[in-house]
Write a protein that binds this ligand. Sequence first.
Ligand code: GUN
Length: 293
Amino acid sequence: MAAEIIDGKKVASEWMDSISAELSSLSPPAKLALIRVGDDPASGIYLRKKEEACKKAGVLSQLMHFDKNATRAQVLEKITQFNNDKSINGILLQVPIPAHLDVLALQEAINPLKDVDGFGPYSLGLLAMGNPKLKAATPAGVMKLLQYYNLDVASKFCVVVGRSNIVGKPLAQLLLMQNATVAIAHSKTNDLGSLTKQADFLFVAVGKPKLINAKMVKKGAVVVDIGMNRSGEDDVKLFDGSKAKSPPPVGDVDFNSVKKKASYITPVPGGVGPMTVASLMANVLQAYKLQKK
Ligand code: GUN
């Protein structure tokens, strides 16, 4: 039987409605500061989506865009200014940033009570201790999807493929908090398929198009694809033979083959992606409340 398709668009929209109802009733309104350094095109798209979400949710937003040669001191100065500004409840440094800047030093400089991405060492440390204040947005969105579909990971074997600080590691911690047994696989894991095949729940976040095929998946597994790979401009042709302007993203899972074997599966696009912005708004609300305490 084909898997049930997890509808991230629907869940995110319902979640966003309930968060927005609370956010738009706040006085003074919540405010999010966004920092962009350089001209990474994907970052431009993500930031626009975040600004639109703020508008929809009744959150004020302020974008600081540095050029690609900005110095660490310049960015740090702005972070300090945002930290000290009582009207700002959340600070987000969009990554990637140019290589000459030390991303960890900048993330570390963000006031932990304003770290709405949950990427800073304090936020990740609290999460590792099982007592998070602000959870990394994408993994928190994944957990919300599981909850919506009543998919309980307790005592189940969960395999997370990918060990990034922004998805793989925090997701593994959130699963542990729900009493899952968790393994983290990565690029140096031997015989990935023999591990993923044992997973009751498989989460994939490595950025390798169609890495996971049906042979690597256990029958009846829940498969969550957190990959967002931009297919090459030349790969996608429209029905009339012309090139698509903006090809749809491709996930890390071979959706068409895996959906025949899984019990539940997230599509790309329309699975985890839409949850991340709603999750960010949930963190802005949480940060606002933390600062009022
Ligand atoms: N780059 C890709 N995803 C994210 C995200 O969720 N937050 C930030 N700050 N940068 C990103």
